[in-house]
Design a protein around this ligand. Structure first.
Ligand code: NDP
Ligand code: 2IT
Length: 460
């Protein structure tokens, strides 16, 4: 497509987004950030194929099917009644039942869940599996709560949510603040209310039919995707390479574990209070003990390994993050949205980083992504790179529907093939649309086509 025409089309789309933002009074910034990225990527497709405009796909796709918002009342350990807000954003079920995680974090609001739900539609489409997109959660903070309080909250949350979910309707899973413990309590309450043993949630503990490797899936998948991307782009493998990882939760720890298994040397991890830099390679067993068993701060790591450096948030470089200031071959942002800024991106490039793979959802700001794309390093966007979690969630749904159990090895093998398939199809789409090596455009275009063609086929 001629550059002039493309620029004009992009300008039109940006104007449209500005108008949209104006009319919604900027209340959902992260949502618009996610939408804007997709719309800018698909501009060539919208121009070359009139059918998408004819069927008003963009206008229809940016509005969720429904947003369910409810009150959650629960009793804390001091016999005080607490009130939180619960949400489920059922965004789009063109390709299958609504599917996506639940986030429990004090920052949760409608805008964040709309951004996550919107991203999820595209991510799920890229897997090639029959799943639509949704997201939910609450402003409840599980941090510092007793197991009993978490159980009380989860039971109360499910007392309302159960009305809107079902194995062929909407299947939630975990996200920030929601792991096996929370999913176990949510599943238990669902079962009590409905008297059915249905695969209505994924990421369940194994004895309730949870996939044996759902906990590992997102992190392992990010690394499988990166291996394939480096191969396609003719770069060296990860073996022996220094890697930096942010976050210290489910995604970060299993990214680190797989990197170690492949002979790479992950030297960092971080939480909301600070960063660990261990130049000899991080001690994954200690991390698991601290984060999964004790739910402790990373500061504790420094007390066991005196060679490691603990950098509190207050000591981060201005406008940046300590993790991205450290020399590395490959970087893996695995904590949260907009955690990697333009300053960080420039630091990574300056220090010779050759690939960035997003484990978290939308961890790089638009300005940081521009830096990566302009410098021509390998950049794997979240909706492609972290799709391994939801892919294995779909495998868990399949196992539950068949009342079957698959082995760890079987699921791992299917996960690896799925990540390789996503990577190859994203790279191919980029070539097809004249943006070779641009995995952002490749992922957005490949996913949009699947969803939009489905929406056209099903009518309004
Ligand atoms: P966890 O709750 O297990 O871990 C989250 C990690 O990120 C913690 O280390 C946490 O630190 C840190 N973090 C969270 N919020 C903030 C914040 N506002 N500022 C700084 N640090 C923060 O979550 P997951 O590992 O499951 O999720 C991490 C990311 O991966 C999220 O973006 C999620 O949407 C995405 N994701 C998760 C999938 C999954 O299967 N779980 C699948 C695909 C994507 P602290 O403990 O100090 O708060
Ligand atoms: O962002 C994500 O893909 C998830 N939190 C996992 C979703 C799922 O349904 O497994």
């Amino acid at each position: 497509m001629p550059t002039k025409e493309l620029k004009e089309a992009r300008k039109l789309i940006v104007n449209e987004i500005e108008g949209f933002k104006e009319s919604h009074r900027f209340e959902h910034d992260v949502f618009y950030q996610a939408v804007e990225e997709v719309l800018l990527s698909i501009a060539p497709l919208l121009i070359s194929d009139e059918k998408y405009n004819l069927h008003a796909i963009v206008k229809r796709l940016v509005v969720p099917d429904r947003i369910i918002k409810f009150k959650v009342e629960w009793m804390d350990d001091n016999q005080q009644i607490q009130v939180n807000t619960g949400y489920r954003v059922q965004f789009n079920n063109t390709l299958g039942p609504y599917k996506g995680g639940l986030r429990f974090h004090p920052t949760v609001n409608e805008g964040i869940l709309k951004f996550l739900g919107f991203e999820q539609i595209f991510k799920n489409a890229l897997t090639g599996l029959p799943i639509g997109g949704g997201k939910g959660g609450s402003d409840f903070d599980p941090k510092g709560k007793s197991d009993f309080e978490v159980m009380k909250f989860c039971s109360s949350f499910m007392r309302e949510l159960h009305k809107y979910i079902g194995p062929r309707m909407d299947v939630p899973a975990g996200d920030i603040g929601v792991g096996g413990r929370e999913i176990g309590y949510l599943f238990g309450e669902y079962k009590k209310i409905t008297s059915t043993f249905d695969g209505v949630l994924t990421g369940k503990p194994n004895f309730f039919g949870g996939s044996l490797m759902r906990p590992q899936a997102t992190g392992y998948g990010v690394v499988y995707f990166t291996e394939k991307m480096l191969e396609i782009e003719g770069k060296e493998t990860l073996e022996g390479k220094i890697c930096t990882v942010s976050g210290a939760g489910n995604v970060a720890l299993y990214t680190i574990e797989k990197l170690i298994e492949l002979g790479a040397v992950p030297v960092t991890c971080s939480d909301s209070k600070g960063t660990i830099y261990d130049p000899r390679g991080v001690d994954i067993e200690l991390l698991k003990e601290l984060k999964f068993d004790k739910r402790a701060s990373l500061e504790e790591y420094g007390k066991v390994h005196s060679e490691a450096k603990y950098i509190p948030v207050s000591k981060y470089p201005e406008g940046g993050h300590a993790v991205w200031d450290i020399e590395c071959h490959s970087a893996f942002p695995c904590a949260t949205q907009n955690e990697l800024t333009e300053v960080d991106a420039k630091n990574l490039i300056k220090n010779g980083c050759t690939s960035v793979s997003e484990g978290a959802n939308m961890p790089s700001t638009p300005e940081a992504i521009d830096v990566f794309l302009q410098s021509k390093i390998c950049f794997a966007p979240a909706k492609a790179a972290n799709a391994g979690g939801v892919a294995v969630s779909n495998f868990e749904m399949a196992q539950n529907a068949a009342m079957a159990r698959w082995s760890f090895e079987e699921v791992d093998d299917k996960l690896k093939k799925t990540m390789q398939y996503i990577c190859t199809s994203v790279a191919k789409t980029a070539v097809e649309y004249g943006v070779e090596g641009n995995y952002v455009d490749g992922a957005n275009i490949a996913a949009f086509k699947k969803i939009a063609d489905g929406m056209i086929a099903e009518g309004i």
